[in-house]
Design a protein around this ligand. Structure first.
Ligand SMILES: Nc1ncnc2c1ncn2[C@@H]1O[C@H](COP(=O)(O)OP(=O)(O)OP(=O)(O)O)[C@@H](O)[C@H]1O
Length: 353
């Protein structure tokens, strides 16, 4: 049976700056099931990292969670005192950063760091912790793990360091992990290998994970679900295969068409026209409307994120009407239908006047 591990409802995290209130997370709702990966996708500045930081209680001044709920199993995290959040971090939940050196201590051997990470949350012997550390490295594809345990971080390549950081995140079999663009600095083949390893670890340990990326192609094949963020909100969510095969939001469609791939052979890569809006000056209108080929006067009001219940609009009818595990939802007054040919090529950059 599917168990929801993380459930976020109408989360709002704002930054109170001299220039005004930056609504970095502006009503995000999403959920992740046990053993599954949700790919959180969107352009730079859409609020992906701040959503991740909010879950782990890592938002610093001048930022603050001002509304909404974050539930980890039966526990409400919003409003939890710092010592409790600290206890949960590294135990029941963990974060993998883009830079593995945010996790690793440069002056300690990998062995020491991994053993300490286990013993901080569990009473186990050093020998048992060492064995778990070694097995953890092997599970993320590190060859000769006994040897690597003796290394200092600087003795490892960038890819190896990130694998170690991932192994550390999984050490205490957490319920939930946020991975914030952990493979962006690595080459594409290694990115997919690492994501595949993370997916296996999630399946085996029952961990639910949010994998943050600006590159939809990274998560398209491996995540179970995708949530697309734009200007601090989720604009589309659903089973990954469904979202990629039949995007409903014009922004998702633009993201997909801007990824190089076989479908683009001989064609010019699509570029979403315009710029992301300032989160300081969000008005009442749909924040994507300025860039959207489908906009009409009704887009002067932000649409709600509503369940996508129209049969026949997805790649398969069953998935289009949403299944219980991965319900499909879209925040758009004019959701695309699979039957509707998408505008292609440079012409689509021409907006309606
Ligand atoms: N300390 C801060 N003070 C003011 N605004 C902030 C602060 N930290 C983040 N923001 C704003 O919050 C918004 C969302 O940032 P966030 O890092 O979540 O974006 P992102 O989608 O993860 O993009 P990126 O991939 O570039 O990190 C941005 O517009 C950013 O300017």
């Amino acid at each position: 049976m599917t168990e929801t591990v993380l459930s976020i409802d109408n989360l709002q995290t704002h930054f109170f700056t001299r220039g005004g209130v930056v609504k970095a997370v502006n009503g995000v709702s999403l959920s992740v099931n046990r053993g599954e990966i949700l790919g959180l996708v969107g352009e730079s500045g859409s609020g992906k990292s701040i959503t991740g930081f909010s879950i782990l209680g890592l938002v610093d001044e001048p930022g603050r969670i001002v509304g909404g709920s974050i539930r980890l199993l039966d526990r409400e995290l919003v409003g939890l005192p710092d010592p409790e959040l600290r206890r949960l971090r590294g135990g029941r939940m963990a974060m993998i950063f883009q830079d593995p050196m945010m996790t690793l201590n440069p002056v300690l051997r990998i062995e020491t760091q991994m053993i300490e990470a286990i013993q901080a949350h569990e009473k186990v012997s050093r020998k048992e912790a060492w064995t778990r550390a070694r097995d953890g490295l092997a599970q993320v594809g590190i060859p000769s793990p006994e040897e690597r345990l003796k290394c200092y971080p600087h003795e490892l390549s960038g890819g190896m360091r990130q694998r170690v950081a991932i192994a550390i995140a999984f050490l205490n079999r957490p319920d939930f992990i946020v991975a914030d663009e952990p493979t962006t600095a690595l080459d594409v083949t290694i990115q997919s290998q690492i994501l595949a390893e993370a997916q296996k670890l999630c399946r085996d340990s029952g961990t639910a994970m949010i994998w943050i990326t600006h590159d939809l192609s990274v998560v398209a094949g491996l995540a179970d679900t995708i949530a697309v963020m734009y200007a601090g909100r989720v604009v589309e969510t659903g089973a990954a295969a469904e979202v990629v095969a039949a995007p409903r939001h014009p922004y998702t469609s633009g993201l997909i068409r801007s990824v190089p791939g076989e479908h683009m052979t001989g064609k010019r890569l699509f570029q979403i026209p315009g710029m992301t809006p300032s989160l300081l000056r969000l008005g009442a209108e749909c924040p994507f409307s300025e860039r959207c080929f489908a906009r009409t006067p009704v887009c002067a009001q932000v649409p709600d994120l509503v369940p996508d219940l129209v049969p026949g609009h997805g790649a398969t009818e069953e998935a289009a009407i949403g299944d219980n595990r991965h319900p499909r939802a879209v925040r758009c007054h004019h959701p695309l239908s699979a039957a509707e040919p998408l505008p292609t090529g440079p012409l689509s950059a021409e907006l309606p006047s």
